[in-house]
Design a protein. Sequence first.
Length: 317
Amino acid sequence: MASLPPSTSYTPLMNPTPFLSTEIIEIIVDELGFESASQPTSSLAFQTLLSISLAGSALLPQCRQHILRSLSFDSPETKGSGRTTPPMQHLRQTVEILGTNPRLALYIRRLVVHAYRMFSPGPMRMTEAELKKALATLNEFNELFTPLLELMVNIETLVFVGLQGRHACLDMMSPASLQRLYTFMTRPEGNIIKRIELYGYAKLERSSFNTYPPSLESLRCWHCRFVDADQEFSAENLQFRLKELEIEGTHSNLLDSMISWRSGWHLSRLTTFAQWVVTVKHSDRLSSVLQLASSTLVNLTIAVYGRKSFCKCAFNG
């Protein structure tokens, strides 16, 4: 009988190679993604995500979910943005990249178009020549906006910031771009838009709210002016029921119509409500909203404006 070979004892390494399980790394990536969502691309969290995405192909899809989640077009001069590419060049490059690789567009969930920051110098200081140049830029944006929108079929949040009434000719997209946007929001194949933010637009039409999809849960409308403000408006054709609403007191007709139609059906699920109160009538509407959403409301923010004062208070419960 052959003898067994002598046993060999295992000697552990004095400095073993560090190892983290895939699950822990995925948690770290998600935490970095949540932190970077509210920070500029120059932030440490976002730059760390970029580094992890280059470390290997296994984590690349998960990193892309956070890196490409939000797409913003604004001024490169925005403090701390970390961006050096001019906004229109950024738009051209984005359309070209997404056109070459449409799968990247599927990661985008939030689109921000900040017209107030896209035009430099600021709208208060524009000369006639600068305004003409800005109009040419706007026309180019309208031409690029449609193919861009067609690629981003998974958008959940739309944010549009206008010029707050200054140079209103720059405030709106072209009729063709608006029609494409409305068609996009009402497309039958599973619309998933949940949040729309409008700020500083001088040429809004209240009838456009009729195109907002049933999936909409959050609406913010600040410093906007309606070209049809003197016309009657009914909430009958509104398709959404909101969970979050932030609105100015001056948009009274829109709020009144939602309060009165079918006993406030559009507001019966509100969990968050914010309003700027300017007159006594606005406070009356506030009490109506509180009655409608008394069983669901969790967060309430009230801002009161006077000629020389501003007061804001918030309640969480």
